[in-house]
Design a protein around this ligand. Structure first.
Ligand code: NAP
Length: 306
């Protein structure tokens, strides 16, 4: 089967390159920019005709959309581009995959929540209450996919990190080794996610989809597991506790890390105070086990140090 990955030079896209290495399927890695040293075909997901041409030319049956506008603060003053990338572009992918009877795997975010004061883990069918442009445009992207009639899997994830690109783990590994003191918010609670673990879950879902096609003996099926799923690592933490653990694993014991409130770091967007995702559905439907966040953090930091 031919599987197209968009945004392949980002965090999740790069983890897709790693986890798919042993696969019998043919993976086609694309991004808006070609990157030196990695095999990437140019594909801008805002360009409908280019998507359709690539899907038809390469007989693509599954798209894994790892591309997005991910700068949460900048999104507040860049609404048009953010909507184009996070809402219109996923719709483009959905329309093309609907035409060929394929599957669209899309990634969304815990930022679709946050406007209501939750204190229990968010379920998939809980009403979206985004507090900023990024979350709102990601919610629109989900709705556009659902309205297109395509077979889809949407994985909402949170606090994504990896050995690739810029992210919280790498920033804190650096800051806790160079700064004598650090203040980190303790009033935002969620769950970190190692992008490698999410990529493995995406591969498990693709295998499941393939089995359903083979069993149905039809080339086009209505995938029985189409829907929204929550995926993060297991457990719950605050950014403060997350930082303490990063410093602990790094052996950076000379940095005095103190908890503080969000209002000490004014930001253009209000971030969710509690956005823990309930993962019961993804575990039950796909029969997967999810690693505990501290274990995944250790694995990722080992890989960063290599
Ligand atoms: N990062 C998080 O904490 C987090 C949390 C929850 C959910 N998510 C979601 O998880 C997914 C993956 O996030 P990530 O952190 O891996 O993202 P990322 O590292 O920012 O990667 C996104 C990739 O998409 C590319 N891209 C931008 N515009 C494009 C276009 N028009 N066509 C094709 N590619 C384009 C980017 O290229 P440039 O770099 O050149 O722009 C980048 O390589 C996203 O859907 C995101 O919303 C992320």
């Amino acid at each position: 089967m031919n599987i197209l990955v968009t945004g392949a030079n980002g965090q999740l896209g790069n983890e897709m390159r790693i986890v798919s290495k042993g696969s019998k399927d043919t993976y086609i890695f694309t991004d808006v920019m070609e990157e030196e040293g990695v095999d990437t075909i140019n594909l801008d997901i805002t360009d409908f005709d280019s998507i359709r041409k690539m899907v038809l030319d390469k007989d693509v049956r599954v798209i894994v959309n790892c591309a997005a506008y991910t700068n949460v603060d900048k999104a507040e003053t860049d609404q048009v581009l953010c909507e184009l990338l996070n809402a219109k572009a996923p719709e483009n992918l959905a329309i093309v995959m609907k035409e060929v009877g394929g599957l669209l795997i899309h990634v969304s975010t815990d930022y679709v929540f946050g406007g209501d004061p939750y204190n229990t883990p968010c379920k998939e069918d809980q009403k979206g209450t985004p507090t900023g442009v990024y979350g709102l445009t990601k919610l629109h992207g989900e709705q556009n996919i659902q309205n297109s009639g395509v077979d889809y899997l949407i994985f909402r994830t949170s606090w994504l990190y990896s050995e690739f690109g810029k992210n919280f783990v790498k920033t804190m590994m650096n800051l806790t080794s160079t700064k004598p003191q650090l203040k980190v918010v303790f009033d935002q609670v969620g769950t970190p996610t190692y992008a490698y673990d999410l990529a493995q879950t995406i591969l498990a879902a693709i295998d499941d989809y393939k089995k359903e096609i083979v069993n149905s003996q039809l080339s086009i099926v209505n995938y029985s597991k189409s829907g929204i799923y929550h995926y993060s690592n297991e457990g719950v933490t605050s950014w403060y506790d997350f930082t303490k653990q990063i410093a602990e694993i790094s052996g950076n014991r000379n940095c005095d890390i103190q908890p503080c409130h969000s209002d000490e770091f004014p930001s253009p967007v209000k971030r969710p105070a509690y956005s823990v995702l309930d993962k019961t559905k993804v575990k039950e439907i796909f029969g997967i086990q999810i690693p505990y966040w501290m274990d995944s953090l250790s694995r990722c930091m080992d890989n960063i140090k290599k």
